[in-house]
Design a protein around this ligand. Structure first.
Ligand code: NAI
Length: 299
């Protein structure tokens, strides 16, 4: 099989001034892409900022013989995002790939969390993906080509103490993907999600050093590169870390038909059958669930 290459393609990676985004940006450039390295260069909780982090990654790419430009916009800033897309189009005339990777943390137990801790995290992760995607959606449609990778998290998929805001924000990206994968398909726009585990400043405080040593961001990047390639699937949630890759799926059990007049007691009494994992399915679209309901109820 041929190597995965991005020659002639333009790739935007948000939050690429450090951690996972930096690793993704370097690898896209090594595989021939022209790369836009976006990062507002703030602290882990999202405050502060300068384009120095993005500049440093661009310098690394150029030193290695690649092509890149830096962008210091916040992904939540409408004008900054519009300028990012315009600069990219002015310079290179197309946008093939967006990796929506920028993110922040405001960890606290839900009891102690302020609503502002919640809304700022949702804003950066969800709207910080929606805004660039919206700004380049028509460009990808007109090109009849696009690959978008959003960055979800095990916290969104499964939960983690102290991260109600982050988990809600991260799983919202899967919801976004699930509809965009359908709407983009006819224009060859594929939308996938990566669920990484990597030693970055985001995880430094969460794991002991020997564990962090196994989890270099470079072990996640091959998954992102594949999800952004011409051969990419559409609508996959790829989990990746420490050299392990797996598919996460939202599945629904076959369930039980309890009759049109079923009461709460019937749900209680049939719980084992309702939750029996045999025959569980991941539906390609929401209608799959409705069709099952109608089929099982004898429609
Ligand atoms: P990181 O903190 O090293 O990288 C995040 C980058 O996003 C930073 O460079 C930061 O300056 C930038 N950023 C933050 N807000 C921004 C904004 N408004 N506009 C532009 N850039 C902004 O952390 P890491 O670990 O590399 O995280 C990358 C992504 O992976 C995040 O979306 C994170 O939620 C996700 N993730 C990371 C995991 C891990 O194990 N490290 C686990 C699951 C998800």
């Amino acid at each position: 099989m041929s190597n995965i290459r991005f020659d002639g393609q333009v790739v935007i990676v948000t939050g690429a001034g450090g951690g996972l985004g930096r690793s993704h940006a370097l690898e896209f450039a090594r595989r021939g892409a022209k790369v836009v390295v976006n990062d507002l260069g703030g602290t882990l909780d999202g405050s502060g900022g300068s384009s120095a982090a993005a500049d440093a990654v661009v310098a690394e790419i150029i030193a290695a013989g690649g092509e890149a430009i830096a962008d210091g916009a916040s992904v939540t800033d409408d004008k900054g995002v519009a300028a990012l897309i315009k600069r990219t189009m002015d310079k290179w005339g197309r946008i093939d790939v967006l990796v929506a990777n920028a993110g922040i943390l405001r960890d606290k137990s839900f009891a102690k969390m302020e609503l502002s801790d919640f809304s700022v995290v949702v804003d950066v992760h969800l709207m910080g993906a929606v805004k660039p995607i919206k700004a380049l959606w028509e460009i990808m449609r007109a090109q009849n080509y696009g690959r978008i990778v959003v960055t979800t998290s095990s916290t969104g998929l499964y939960g983690n103490f102290g991260q109600a805001n982050y988990g809600a924000a991260k799983l919202s990206l899967v919801g976004l993907m699930n509809t965009l994968k359908i709407e983009g398909a006819k224009n060859n726009i594929h939308v996938n999600a990566i669920s990484p585990v990597a030693a970055t400043r985001m995880t430094d405080a969460l794991m002991p050093p020997e564990m962090l040593a196994k989890l270099a961001p470079e072990h996640v990047t091959p998954g992102v590169v594949y999800l952004a390639s011409q051969e990419a699937p559409n609508g996959a949630i790829l989990t990746a870390g420490a050299g392990v890759f797996a598919l996460a799926q939202i599945v629904e059990t076959e369930g039980a038909y309890l009759g049109a007049g079923a009461q709460a007691e019937a749900v209680r009494d049939q719980w084992a059958q309702i939750t029996d994992p045999a025959g569980a399915e991941a539906y390609p679209a929401g209608a799959g669930q409705t069709q099952k309901f109608l089929r099982k109820s004898g429609f």
